[in-house]
Design a protein around this ligand. Sequence first.
Ligand code: C2E
Ligand code: CA
Ligand code: CA
Ligand code: CA
Length: 277
Amino acid sequence: VVPAGVVAGIALALAILLLARRQMSLASAIRHALRKNEFFLVYQPIVELATGKWVGAEALLRWRRATGELIGPDLFIPVAERTGAITKLTERVLRLVQEDTGRFLADHPTFHVALNLSAADLLTTTIVDLLDQLLHRTGARPSNVLVELTERALLDIGPARKVICDLRARGIEVAIDDFGTGYSSLSYLESLELDYLKIDRSFIEAIGTRAPTSQVVSHIIPMARAMGLRMIAEGVETREQADFLIENGVQYAQGWLFAKPMAFAELCLALERMNGV
Ligand code: C2E
Ligand code: CA
Ligand code: CA
Ligand code: CA
């Protein structure tokens, strides 16, 4: 008779092996997808709450497989981050932004595109050169680009600090993303020079509910203000949430209440309609 502990041990080892194999195959599928140009971007408008004006858009990555299946970034970004493929993906994102936006940013000085970067992107200053290239090739100004960094990406503070300084010295603004979901201490945050704080969707969702986290926004907002950071609320789905944010002095928001992510061409058409061009 084999002891139950041994059986459980073998089962666990098998599970880990299977998981590792799945990640490996997903990692090679990502490399393949890069070669086959299966990645594309959608853009979600960022709205100035006081006026309803679209002041920018966040670029969000999508993967359309040859089978037609659409895969969201929550599935493949974590794998890409663990397997080192993320820097290649980020390079692709910058190229896609260049192709999608063309001369648009050059012609729209006050509009910005927000890009998501991962921890690995901040380990070297290559990313700064890539962003310089993007500006050069599109004629965009540094203020046309906003970089979003998660608390997790900022954990390795040494290299991140250098990249943030380089970006801000150029006039590229930096946001801390998914704020409140990580572990960064206040003093740590204060030691970084940032421009925006993005309030995570989970806290917006909780506004006006009985959820234990419903009060979190009320703590984040004065803190961000004290630190001189402008705020962007993400995942705003209801008028009540938007009104609460306006009353509490949050300047910007994105969410389905305003617009879902869309192709860049669609965003341009919507902007033209709104501006009555
Ligand atoms: P994120 O940066 O927090 O992006 C916001 C997510 O919330 C997006 O999901 C967006 O589609 C979704 N969202 C926006 N408004 C609403 C709303 O009103 N309701 C609901 N339910 N959802 C809303 P998405 O596009 O699936 O992206 C998931 C995450 O994947 C992003 O979270 C970001 O962390 C990551 N990601 C996306 N694109 C990139 C990329 O190019 N590079 C990197 N490193 N990460 C990316
Ligand atoms: Ca983001
Ligand atoms: Ca976010
Ligand atoms: Ca989020």
